[in-house]
Design a protein around this ligand. Sequence first.
Ligand SMILES: NC(=O)c1ccc[n+]([C@@H]2O[C@H](COP(=O)([O-])OP(=O)(O)OC[C@H]3O[C@@H](n4cnc5c(N)ncnc54)[C@H](OP(=O)(O)O)[C@@H]3O)[C@@H](O)[C@H]2O)c1
Length: 325
Amino acid sequence: MTLAGSDRAKQDEERDMAAEHWTVRDIPPLTGKTALVTGGTSGIGYETALALAGAGAEVVLTGRNPGTGNAAVERIRAAHKGAVVCYEPVDTSNLALVRDLASRVKGRFKALDIQVNCAGLTRLSPRQVSFDGFEMQLAANYLGHFALTAHLLPLLRASPMARVVSLASIAHKKGVINFDDLQSERRYSPLGAYRQSKLAMLLFGLELNRRFVAHGWSQISVPAHPGLALTRIFRSALARRPLMAELVDFGIRLVGQSAAMGALPVLYAATAPDVKGGVYYGPKGFLDLKGYPAEARVWPHAQNRETAARLWDVSVELTGAHYEF
Ligand SMILES: NC(=O)c1ccc[n+]([C@@H]2O[C@H](COP(=O)([O-])OP(=O)(O)OC[C@H]3O[C@@H](n4cnc5c(N)ncnc54)[C@H](OP(=O)(O)O)[C@@H]3O)[C@@H](O)[C@H]2O)c1
């Protein structure tokens, strides 16, 4: 079968399965709601922004590249006539730019109903350092979102039913928070740093919900993962190895799913009425790599409250972010 043929077959298979499962058709009306989707210019984030805007939410989507950002906005407007959506630039690895983004969002919205912490990159080789001096995957995938959420807390507070959805990954299973070398200065592994950043996102998503509960807030934090989805992320990581990138895409086509399917657990976490705070959602199918949204497995080390609290304290120290509950 050709690649186009296999993509078509996959789309047909996904359409047949969709009849019996939660899909974008089940998103409740979101008119009057506001949403922020980081990494909304591509892949999972784009599909999330598209569906939220399609359901009537006013959406701000972010990314580093204005060309891709504005093109994403145009595609969403073309798909959903009357969609209210705009692009805001940010590099989530840069704490000053994250603070600027939060200020602009505060200028635009009085309350934030849905925050999706989705921007991410993977397997950077060699090790890169962010503007603030942190290992790049930890900075862009985790620390920036930790700070952004703190800055936006007043907006979330203004929406009693607000949800914060943070993107983790099945990669958290082998993740380790290396408190002795959090920035991977002594030993760097591209995959190890990615796993650490995604475990950090899951620990954060669960800890944030515990803190909402402890402070008597009605807002919820709901971590989610997309399984294995065909997006730009692996291709970007393999930019200098195009043949390998083709192979990886081929493998994802075989065992994974489309970006639209990968976005479903995120959309479920963000909008489904029966979602509970502090529950992790992902695809329920072959090896959790694909399928329709369901409760996902949190490996024991990601449930460790001491690790989560310690990571929180370290993150406050590193980012200077202030969570005013
Ligand atoms: N695809 C999968 O199988 C998979 C599996 C598990 C988890 N995830 C997670 O899903 C999330 C989305 O990834 P994806 O697969 O949809 O990849 P993608 O297609 O490459 O999208 C990544 C998005 O993040 C943005 N981004 C990357 N680095 C950024 C930075 N430093 N600052 C601001 N924005 C940045 C990108 O925009 P710009 O490049 O324009 O900045 C883009 O909008 C990530 O958190 C990833 O870890 C994906």
